[in-house]
Design a protein around this ligand. Structure first.
Ligand code: CDP
Length: 205
C-alpha cells in the first residue's frame, strides 16, 4: 500500500510532533524534511558551499548533534532560498514519499511542490507567540541560553523568509486541511489528524 501524508506549516507549529505520532500510530515512515535543510545549513556554518553540501548530503549529516540549534535553523532558512539547494533535495524526498507501507513528510512545500498528489495534506499552524513559547521551552530544555523575545524574533524572521521566497514559498496547498494548534493540546491535534487519515485509508489497513 502506498499512502502519502503531507504536513506543512510555519516554524515550531507542532508539525514534527504530530508527524512523528501519526507515523508511529499507523506504522508509516516519517521524514522531517526540515532536517535536510538544517543539515545543509550546518555544513555551510562549517564553511561548505550550500549547493555542494546539498548535492553531497549523506545520512550521517542528518545525525549531527547541533541541527536543532537556533543558529542552524536560521542558516537552514537562508540556504532554503537557493533553488539549486532545493532541487538537489527533491528526488530523495519524492522517493521517500513513495515508500511502500505509507509515509508522512513534514516541511514547508510538501503539499505544494514535493507531493502535490499526496493522499492527504495538512497545514499546521499556531499564533507566533505560542510557537515561540514552545520553541523557547525546547531550546532551554536542550541547554541553549536564549530569551523568549529572541526566539519570537527568530521565528518571525524565518516565517517571513520562508513565505516570501520565490521558489517553493511556505503556503497552504489549496486542498490542505488547516489545523490551528494554538488552543489544542498535542494529544487533541494528533487525534484530529489521525482520525482524518483513518477515514482516507483503504479498508484493509
Ligand atoms: O522545526 P521548525 O519548524 O522550526 O523548522 P524545520 O522544519 O526544521 O525547517 C528549518 C528551515 O528549513 C525552515 O525555516 C525552512 O526555511 C526550511 N525548510 C524548507 O524550506 N522546506 C522544507 N520542506 C522544510 C524546511
Amino acid at each position: 500500500m502506498m499512502f502519502t501524508v503531507a504536513i506543512d506549516g510555519p516554524a515550531a507549529a507542532g508539525k514534527g510532533t504530530i508527524s512523528k505520532a501519526v507515523a508511529a500510530h499507523f506504522g508509516f515512515d516519517h521524514l522531517d524534511t526540515g532536517l535536510l535543510y538544517r543539515a545543509v545549513g550546518a555544513r555551510v556554518l562549517d564553511g561548505a558551499d550550500a549547493t555542494e553540501a546539498a548535492l553531497a548530503l549523506s545520512p550521517e549529516d542528518l545525525e549531527a548533534s547541533n541541527l536543532r540549534s537556533a543558529e542552524v535553523a536560521q542558516m537552514a532558512s537562508q540556504v532554503a532560498v537557493i533553488s539549486e539547494v532545493r532541487a538537489a533535495l527533491v528526488t530523495f524526498q519524492r522517493e521517500f514519499a513513495r515508500r511502500p507501507g505509507g509515509a508522512v513528510l513534514d516541511g514547508r512545500d510538501i503539499g505544494t511542490v514535493i507531493c502535490p498528489a499526496a493522499d492527504l495534506k495538512f497545514f499546521v499552524t499556531a499564533r507566533p507567540e505560542i510557537r515561540a513559547r514552545r520553541r523557547y521551552d525546547e531550546l532551554r530544555e536542550k541547554g541553549e541560553e536564549t530569551s523568549l523575545d529572541t526566539v519570537l524574533a527568530d521565528v518571525k524572521a524565518r516565517d517571513d523568509r520562508d513565505m516570501n521566497r520565490a521558489d517553493a514559498p511556505l503556503k497552504p496547498a489549496t486542498d490542505a486541511v488547516l489545523i490551528d494548534t494554538s488552543d489544542l493540546s498535542i494529544e487533541d491535534a494528533v487525534d484530529k489528524v489521525a482520525r482524518l487519515i483513518r477515514d482516507q485509508l483503504p479498508p484493509s489497513v
